[in-house]
Design a protein around this ligand. Structure first.
Ligand code: ATP
Ligand code: MG
Ligand code: MG
Length: 373
């Protein structure tokens, strides 16, 4: 379900293993729909489209985080569905998500749920300065407002239309990281190594994966927390959990995504089993062998901004110059139109060691006009 780049990379992984695919997506020109054997052109709530998808499929998964949980539950009456609608519903709502983290004993940022004027008025002063986040439908930093005072908070809540929100205390981040796990129906769980992430303007910009990318004790904590979070909802499928490493040396969980994640894209080139193959394996009920990272990897996200470096009309970046660098792996998602902030592709630099991967990625960034990191 869903026709974006995550669906496209899933389709590629499934097809490589001999499966046929069907994509449910209303847009006729989507990245996943255009490479799939079947393309059901339908919205996520259209009963006919869902019936057609079930008819075509032996098992169903989603690449789109905001697919209605009810649609997954409906499909689950006819076909195995992973992840389950119940798990996706928790990930779709920051308030439910944080309650789940607390239940699993994993610390998250101090926060307050704001659904009413009374809750707004009762927000403790020590949550400010903070970030007001809409409880639902936010991604890439959209639906978030930084607020320093109670009056800024009130204005921000008005500004988002008084929808249910979570106010989070603004934390002093030392670094960000994430962990991708895959859990099968039999409860077997495997994970990818801890991924160190750099965000710019609320959007993932760089992911670095190699020994020593984060303090080892915190990396081990992040893996244990991710496994507890998946275990705690009997999760089946691929799950990514994002964390903040704080200045005082502690680790708190940020949020989870019930699917492969942008920060796991390096695994297509740096590990023997990618996060998309893990998704295929969980869906098909195949064994989950532990992925082995064989190369140090640094991934650069390629946003639409790159297409507007030299002129107001979009022009293709100079891929040839970066592809001349050893270890450069270019992935473009086949989106019809470049727009600022839109994820158009990514570049993974792989090498035998971290220094070489980093040097190559910095060289590629310079060639493309991306900032150093
Ligand atoms: P995604 O595209 O990852 O789903 P999102 O829109 O759900 O993003 P978050 O992950 O909540 O957004 O936040 C985006 C980024 O903003 C974080 O990666 C982090 O850099 C920063 N951020 C979020 N919450 C906090 C916080 N409480 N304190 C400090 N920085 C934060
Ligand atoms: Mg998010
Ligand atoms: Mg995030």
């Amino acid at each position: 379900m869903g026709g974006g780049q995550l669906g496209r990379m899933f389709v590629h992984a499934a097809q490589r293993m001999g499966y046929q695919t069907a994509v449910l997506e209303a847009d006729g020109e989507s990245p996943a729909g255009r490479v799939s054997h079947h393309h059901v052109r339908s919205g996520y709530t259209d009963a006919r489209g869902l019936a057609q998808l079930a008819e075509l499929s032996q098992a169903i998964t989603t690449e789109f985080e905001n697919v209605p949980a009810a649609a997954l539950q409906q499909l689950a009456k006819h076909r195995p569905v992973a992840p389950a609608g119940e798990a996706v519903a928790i990930a779709q709502d920051r308030a439910l998500e944080k309650a789940h983290f607390v239940r699993c004993g994993v610390p998250c940022a101090p926060h307050a749920v704001i659904e009413t004027r009374e809750q707004l008025a009762a927000v403790p002063a020590d949550l400010l300065p903070g970030i007001l986040k809409t409880a639902r439908l936010g991604y890439d930093g959209k639906g978030q407002v930084r607020v320093a005072t109670p009056s800024e908070l009130a204005t921000a809540w008005e500004g988002v239309g008084r929808v249910p929100c979570v106010l989070e205390k603004l934390l002093p981040l030392a670094f960000e990281c994430s962990v991708v796990v895959a859990r099968g129906r039999d409860g077997v769980m495997v994970q990818l190594p801890v991924q160190r992430n750099l965000h710019r303007d609320g959007i993932l910009a760089v992911t670095e994966v190699y020994e020593g990318n984060v303090p080892p004790a915190l990396g081990a904590k992040a893996v244990a927390a991710t496994r507890a979070i998946a275990e705690g909802i009997g999760y089946v499928g691929v799950l990514c959990v994002e964390f903040f490493g704080l200045a005082d040396g502690s680790l708190v969980v940020n949020e989870m995504a019930p699917r492969p994640h942008n920060s796991g894209h390096w695994s297509m080139d740096g590990a023997d089993i990618s996060q998309f193959e893990l998704q295929v394996r969980t869906l098909a009920g195949l064994p989950l062998a532990a992925p082995r990272q064989h190369s140090a990897a640094v991934m650069l996200n390629l946003l639409g901004d790159l297409w507007f470096r030299s002129a107001a009309t979009p022009s293709e970046p100079d891929w040839a110059s970066v592809l001349a660098l050893p270890g450069a792996q270019l992935h473009l998602y086949g989106k019809r139109e470049a727009r600022a902030g839109r994820k158009m592709g990514h570049l993974t630099m792989v090498a035998a060691d971290a220094e070489t991967a980093r040097a190559g990625a910095l060289r590629a960034a310079a060639l493309l006009g991306l900032p150093a990191f």
